[in-house]
Design a protein around this ligand. Structure first.
Ligand SMILES: *Cc1c(COP(=O)(O)O)cnc(C)c1O
Ligand code: SF4
Length: 447
C-alpha cells in the first residue's frame, strides 16, 4: 500500500496559474514536440484548461508522459474532441484564424457537446414563494439544495473531464450565480424539508475566507431550525492544499469551519479525489489533518474515468488510504453525458465490474462508498449487478436519489448491454417501460 512521505514540506508554495495563453511557458511543456503543443492548443480552445504550479510540480509525474493520470486529468488531450471537431478547430488555427473565428468555431463545437445535461438549467431552478427565480441554486433532491456563490465559478485547476465546463468558457451567462445569501436563507426557511446546503461551483474553496465567511454568517445568524449540515464540494485539498496551510487566510478559513461546528451544524467536505497520486504529498496530509481538527468530516468522491482511473486496484488502494487518513469514501460516479464523454466514459457493465472488484478488496470501513452512480435526469441511478434471471442476463439498477423520493431503493431491470454508457442507452426488460418513465414524461417533460 502506498503511504504518504513522512517529510515536512518546507518550501514555500507559489501559485503560478497557467491557462491556454501561457501554457507554453511551463518548462516541462517547452520540452515537448511542437506537434503535441499544437494538439493541446486545438483542444484547449474548445474545452477549458487551467493548471497551477502545485499540480505541475508535485502531482504530475513528467517521467510518465503522455500516460500519467494527473497529466491526462489536467492537460487537454487530442482524443477529447471527436475527429471532425478536432479537424475543424485545427484548420481554423492553421489558417491563422483571428479571435472571432476561433471563438465562433469553438462555440459551434461546444453546442454539440450537450452543455446542459440532466435538465440542469430547466428543471432544477428553484423559486421563492414570491415567484423570484433563484438561478444561483438547484433543488433536485428533497433534503439537499445546491448553492452556487457567484464568487466560486472557477477552480484552482480544471479537470479535463469536468461536466461543469460550460461555466468556465463563458457559455452560461447566469453562471448559476447569485450574490445574495439572504435569498438562500429565505429559500431554506421556506422549505423545512431541506437539511443540507451544498456549496458548489466551480470550487467554493476558491473564495477568500472573508467572502465564504460572509455567506456562512448569514446562514448561522438566521438560525434556520431545519438546517443541519453545510456541505462544501471542493477539489482544493487535491489541487491547492495550501488553502488550509499557508494561504494568508488559511487560519481564518479553518476558524469558519470551527464556528459552524461550534454552532451545532456539521461541516461536510465533499472532497474530490480522482487518483491516489493526488493523495501522496506531505501538504495534502497536513491539510487533511488541519481540516479534520476543526470537527469537519471529509467524504470523498470521483467519477470513474477512462485514461485516468479505470483500474480497480488503484481504487481499492485509494479507498484504503482515504480511510487511513480519516476520510469517508462516498461516491463513485459514472462520467456524465456531456463534453468529452466519448473519451472518458466507461461502459456501465465494465464500471460495475471495476467497482465490485475494488469493493471486494476494501475493509468494511471503506464500504461506505456507493456506485457506480449516474446523475441522470430522473435521479442518481446505481448499477447493482448483472444477474441472470430465468436464463436471461439483465442489468439490475436502483435509485440512490430520485426526483421523486418514492423512487429511491426500488430495484429495476434493463436489457444487458455491454456498450451502454448512460441511462438513456438502457432498454427496459420484463416490462414495456421503466417504472418512472410515465411520471418523468408527465411532470418533468422539457418540451
Ligand atoms: C448528488 C446530488 C446531491 C447530493 O446527493 P447526496 O446523495 O445526498 O449526496 C444533491 N443535488 C444534486 C443535484 C445532486 O446531483
Ligand atoms: S474541480 Fe470540479 S468543478 Fe472544478 S474542474 Fe474539476 S470537476 Fe470541474
Amino acid at each position: 500500500m502506498l503511504t504518504y512521505q513522512e517529510t515536512v514540506w518546507d518550501e514555500s508554495p507559489h501559485l503560478g496559474s497557467y491557462t491556454l495563453a501561457n501554457f507554453r511557458k511551463i518548462p516541462q511543456i517547452q520540452e515537448m514536440p511542437e506537434e503535441k503543443k499544437f494538439e493541446m492548443e486545438v483542444v484547449g480552445n474548445v474545452l477549458p484548461f487551467k493548471a497551477n504550479n502545485y499540480v505541475i510540480e508535485q502531482l504530475i509525474d513528467w517521467g510518465d508522459i503522455p500516460n500519467d493520470p494527473m497529466f491526462v486529468l489536467t492537460f487537454p488531450q487530442k482524443g477529447m474532441l471527436k475527429p471532425h471537431h478536432y479537424a475543424k478547430m485545427a484548420s481554423v488555427l492553421e489558417s491563422g484564424g483571428d479571435r472571432k473565428e476561433i471563438s465562433e468555431a469553438a462555440n459551434e463545437i461546444r453546442l454539440k457537446l450537450n452543455p446542459h445535461p440532466a435538465g440542469q438549467m430547466e428543471l432544477n431552478v428553484p423559486q421563492l414563494k414570491d415567484g423570484t427565480k433563484l438561478y444561483g441554486m438547484q433543488h433536485k433532491y428533497k433534503e439537499t439544495c445546491l448553492f452556487f456563490p457567484s464568487q466560486s465559478q472557477t477552480c484552482h485547476a480544471y479537470c479535463s473531464f469536468c461536466f461543469r465546463w460550460p461555466q468556465f468558457v463563458g457559455m452560461d451567462e447566469m453562471k448559476f450565480a447569485m450574490k445574495e445569501g439572504e435569498q438562500l436563507v429565505q429559500y431554506v426557511q421556506e422549505h423545512p424539508e431541506i437539511s443540507d446546503i451544498l456549496f458548489t461551483g466551480g470550487d467554493p474553496m476558491i473564495m477568500s475566507a472573508r467572502m465564504f465567511g460572509a455567506y456562512v454568517d448569514t446562514l448561522l445568524e438566521a438560525k434556520i431550525p431545519n438546517l443541519r449540515t453545510i456541505r462544501i464540494g471542493t477539489k482544493s485539498l487535491s489541487y491547492w492544499p495550501y488553502k488550509f496551510l499557508t494561504d494568508k487566510d488559511a487560519d481564518e478559513m479553518l476558524d469558519i469551519f470551527d464556528r459552524i461546528t461550534q454552532s451545532g451544524l456539521q461541516v461536510a467536505i465533499m472532497a474530490h479525489f480522482n487518483h491516489i497520486n493526488e493523495m501522496t504529498t506531505p501538504a495534502l496530509k497536513d491539510a487533511i489533518q488541519a481540516v479534520r481538527r476543526t470537527g469537519a468530516q471529509i467524504r470523498t468522491q470521483s467519477p470513474l474515468l477512462a485514461h485516468i482511473n479505470d483500474d480497480a486496484e488503484m481504487w481499492s488502494r485509494m479507498w484504503h488510504l482515504q480511510v487511513q487518513m480519516g476520510c469517508i469514501p462516498y461516491y463513485m460516479f459514472v462520467v456524465r453525458d456531456t463534453g468529452a464523454q466519448h473519451y472518458f466514459g466507461v461502459p456501465l457493465v465494465r464500471a460495475h465490474n471495476i467497482f465490485r472488484t475494488a469493493y471486494m478488496k476494501t475493509s468494511g470501513l471503506g464500504r461506505t462508498v456507493r456506485g457506480p452512480s449516474m446523475s441522470a435526469t430522473p435521479g442518481k441511478v446505481m448499477i447493482e449487478g448483472t444477474p441472470t434471471i430465468n436464463g436471461q442476463r439483465v442489468m439490475q439498477l436502483r435509485f440512490l436519489q430520485g426526483r421523486n423520493p418514492d423512487w429511491v431503493q426500488r430495484p429495476f431491470f434493463a436489457k444487458y448491454d455491454e456498450d451502454a454508457i448512460w441511462l438513456d442507452d438502457l432498454k427496459p426488460v420484463f416490462e414495456d417501460s421503466f417504472f418512472f418513465d410515465q411520471e418523468m414524461k408527465e411532470k418533468y417533460s422539457l418540451s
